[in-house]
Ligand binder design. Sequence first.
Ligand code: 13P
Ligand code: SF4
Length: 310
Amino acid sequence: MENEVVMEDRLIAEEIKKLKEEKNAIILAHFYTRREVQEVADFVGDSLSLCRAAVNSKADIIVFAGVHFMAESASILSPEKLVLLPVPDAGCPMADMVTVEALREEKEKHPDAAVVCYVNSSAAVKAESDICCTSSNAVSVVNSIENREIIFVPDKNLGAFVSLHTDKKIHLWPGFCHVHENIGEEDIKGLKNLHPGAKFLAHPECRPEVLSFADHILSTSGIVKEAGKSDSTEFMIGTEKEIVQNLKRKYPDKKFYPVSKKAVCYNMKKVTLESILNSLENMEYEVNVPEHVRVKAKKALDRMLAVSGT
Ligand code: 13P
Ligand code: SF4
């Protein structure tokens, strides 16, 4: 049975490869997507590197193996390319925790504040913001701004992490990622008891109590890089658990432990090989942003890319 599945996957992967070449398409995938999806991707990365890959690609079509806000960012930055999201309802619940209307009300309460918007947000919210950030550049983005006050949306945990590395006044938004929010201190303490020599690499979407145990707080790409260059051979990984499989394949001589087996992003898992094949065959599902929103959202993304270098 397992062999049949592998065989089937191989056939679909070959079809995908053929169609990619025929149509001058590339597949961009996030680290949280399924292993077989990452294997057909031209590039696998964190949100920032995926934005850069979208901008720098010469392809006509980008198939985005990730969630909606990621495909939307690619479309905002590269309007000349056709951006496809294989599963239209692969969303990010945290991105839905801030709306334009609510953000406008907050701006009225803090008229001197600049709005820094995590890329895990809608195009409309980006358009309402001064600058975007990702988990890998949030501190430098905030410190690049002249304003002394910042409204940081939507992730309260990333915002709280940033506030430890700046003297600016940060107004936190009550948004969070359920995958990271559900990682508890008990998970960390339990695993530390079992593997006292392991380094703890954590994503900044984790709660501050959890981050207080971390040796390094990094984006997903940052976690992969740190695990590679570190002299340590054992790591506890505080983020979505798919990345642990990726790390084990990349660094077979090192040991990786997910801090929680429940840390799964079901939206990322909606993207399958079958849905990618359908996407390339039928040019589904096109991601479009109304031009007046796109232009403003692009300003906020471009400003971020200028801070972190393109
Ligand atoms: P990264 O940019 O670190 O990959 O994070 C994206 C994300 O959605 C984390 O939950
Ligand atoms: Fe959104 Fe969390 Fe999934 Fe990242 S892991 S896409 S923040 S729900």
